[in-house]
Ligand binder design. Structure first.
Ligand code: SF4
Length: 207
């Protein structure tokens, strides 16, 4: 395949178009696109990534804007704030039962349905290409690339036991498909792999 500038621009335009089109329908909800993004993030992130600063990195916005979005969702009763078990100054956000309930109206469901109609090979190709693309964009912008355990260099598996070298702990099966702010792409030589700039999972979080 040729390295054609127009091809690259076409793909970039299509990605932006898909993002806008997928968010264009609010299914009768009063949430904005940014508020839906927050709801999805806190529904899909693992427990040490469900923080305001991780969300601001994921949403590529300022900490102040992220806090405003989170406060609104807490006022609506969709998110609840918990202190970390080992530190009351740390914050973790979870969906409430109302929050889980409105996720059934997520406008992204239409895009999910459309992806489900693709052939298996096309879906697999997208599944491989999109995380790689997100990683390249993060490198160019010198920011965090979110990902899941299966593609992470901190992850190892021995029989039924899954382990994360970043937090030094075994992982529960439910953690494996979750978004993680400590993700580091496993591609390339591990010793020379670039470590993403990211806040410590133990940094203090307040709203
Ligand atoms: S293995 Fe990687 S993605 Fe999984 S919890 Fe650890 S740092 Fe996060």
């Amino acid at each position: 395949m040729t390295d054609n500038t127009t091809d690259k621009e076409d793909i970039a335009e299509l990605l932006v178009y898909l993002g806008r089109a997928a968010r264009g329908v609010d299914a009768g909800s009063d949430l904005t696109a940014a508020q839906w993004t927050a709801m999805r993030f806190f529904a899909r992130a693992n427990h040490f990534s469900r923080t305001p600063s991780a969300f601001s990195s994921f949403h590529a916005t300022t900490r102040g804007t992220a806090s405003q979005i989170i406060k609104f969702l807490m006022l609506k009763g969709y998110l609840v704030r918990h202190g970390a078990v080992d530190d009351r100054r740390s914050v973790r956000l979870d969906l409430t039962s109302s929050g889980k309930s409105i996720m059934r109206n997520d406008p992204l469901c239409n895009l999910t349905e459309a992806i489900g109609k693709l052939e298996g090979k096309q879906r697999k190709a997208l599944q491989q290409a999109l995380p790689a693309l997100a990683g390249e964009l993060a490198k160019i912008r010198d920011t965090v690339a979110f990902g899941t355990c299966g593609n992470c260099r901190h992850f190892s598996c021995c029989g039924a036991v899954s382990y994360c070298a970043c937090v030094g702990a075994e992982l529960a099966p439910a953690d494996l498909g979750c978004l993680c702010i400590n993700f580091a792409a496993s591609e390339g030589p591990k010793s020379g792999a670039r470590k993403a700039a990211m806040p410590s999972p133990r940094s203090k979080e307040t709203l």
